[in-house]
Design a protein around this ligand. Structure first.
Ligand SMILES: [Fe+2]
Ligand SMILES: [Fe+2]
Length: 222
């Protein structure tokens, strides 16, 4: 599979994030469910913002449906693995990235498309890193989602190119630098798009509220 989406990321995901995510998979899966909902709502928000762009609306309507199907699959898995649903406050990533975007057009539409592309690229990268380390249905789902999110990255980039053929590449690089900071700098929260996990004084990660849950099959350690 082409990994053009990973080439655009300014920094890879820290190994410590992958270790923490494998260890604390129930929390990650809960946050992942929220990310799928957010991906659908981001697509819908773009459709509302730019109704005159019919090809974009048509593509995003399909994309939003796909993200909602991802959400349904994650919800079903949460249920079958016995992870209780709970409200979680979002991490810093989406808000931090949004703060770097231009607030008016011209420029706003390009930035929204590129930010969505970067989020899809980071998601695909993390699914690739997690899939071989998680057993059973969870590992299989993540391998499938890597391909889907990489395709979504391509789609958003196609529309960004149509929007600003001369400028999209430089702007993508600028936003990728900010995205990489958010995805790699020390972070006290563990989320699907969080940075390097901060160890606490006792050298452990934050308390894991679902620490008692076990995945069927073996979790692979690095
Ligand atoms: Fe998705
Ligand atoms: Fe996606």
């Amino acid at each position: 599979m082409s990994r053009a989406h990973e080439d655009i990321l300014s920094a890879p995901t820290p190994a410590a994030w992958v270790d923490a995510a494998v260890e604390r998979w129930p929390e990650l899966l809960l946050d992942h469910a929220a990310c799928e909902k957010k991906a659908a709502s981001t697509a819908l928000a773009l459709m509302f913002s730019y109704p005159e762009d019919r090809p974009l609306s048509a593509a995003l309507a399909r994309l939003a449906r796909e993200e909602l199907r991802h959400f349904e699959r994650v919800q079903a898995l949460l249920h079958s693995l016995g992870v209780p649903c709970e409200r979680r406050k979002p991490g810093r990533y989406a808000a931090g990235l949004r703060a770097a975007l231009r607030t008016t057009d011209p420029g706003r539409k390009l930035d929204l498309l590129l930010a969505a592309a970067l989020i899809e690229a980071r998601s695909a990268e993390r699914f690739r890193l997690l899939a071989p380390r998680l057993p059973g249905e969870l590992g299989r789902l993540y391998a499938q989602l890597e391909r889907a999110e990489a395709r979504h990255f391509e789609r958003y980039v196609q529309f960004a190119r149509l929007e600003a053929e001369a400028d999209w590449r430089a702007r993508l690089r600028a936003l990728a630098a900010r995205e990489a900071e958010l995805a790699t700098a020390p972070d006290t929260e563990l989320r699907f798009h969080s940075g390097a996990p901060v160890l606490h004084a006792n050298n452990s990660l934050q308390a894991n509220p679902q620490g008692g849950l076990r995945l069927p099959g073996r979790v692979t350690r690095a």
